[in-house]
Design a protein around this ligand. Sequence first.
Ligand code: RB5
Length: 144
Amino acid sequence: MNKLKIAIGCDHGGFLLKQKIIEFLDKNGYEYKDFGSFDEEAVDYPVIAKQVSGAVSNKEFERGILVCGTGLGMSIVANKFKGIRAVCLENKFSAKATREHNDSNVLCLGGRILKDDLALELVDIWLTTEFQGGRHQKRIDMIE
Ligand code: RB5
C-alpha cells in the first residue's frame, strides 16, 4: 500500500478520465477517497472542487486530484483554499517540475483535452516526484 492519501473528484467533463485514474490508483496500491461525481450527468465543478480541496486543506488527505473538461475551472476553485497549491497540467516536464519546485498538492486535469495514456503518465510522475525543499521552500512560504 502506498502511503499517500489522495482525495479525487470530477465533474461530468472529467468522469471518464477520473475512472481511468481510479483504476491506476487501485493497480498501484494508493489509498484514496472518491468524492464523485459518479456518472456523466451534469454537475457544477465548484461543488466537487470545494469538497476535494477542503479535505486537502484541512489535512485529511495529502493530495487531491480533480478532473473537469479542461482542468481549469477546478484549479481556479482549488486555489481559493488555504494551503492549496493546485496546478493544471498538460505536459510531463511540468508534472515533475511542479512537484520539485512548487510542492503542488492538487492536480487538475482536463478530460476533454488529454489522451488517457498521457493523463496517467502525468498522474504517475506527479504522485512519485518529491519536493526538493531548500530555496523552493522559502518561495512557498512567501506564497502563504
Ligand atoms: C463543463 O462543461 C466544463 O465547463 C467544465 O468541465 C470545466 O471544463 C470547467 O473549467
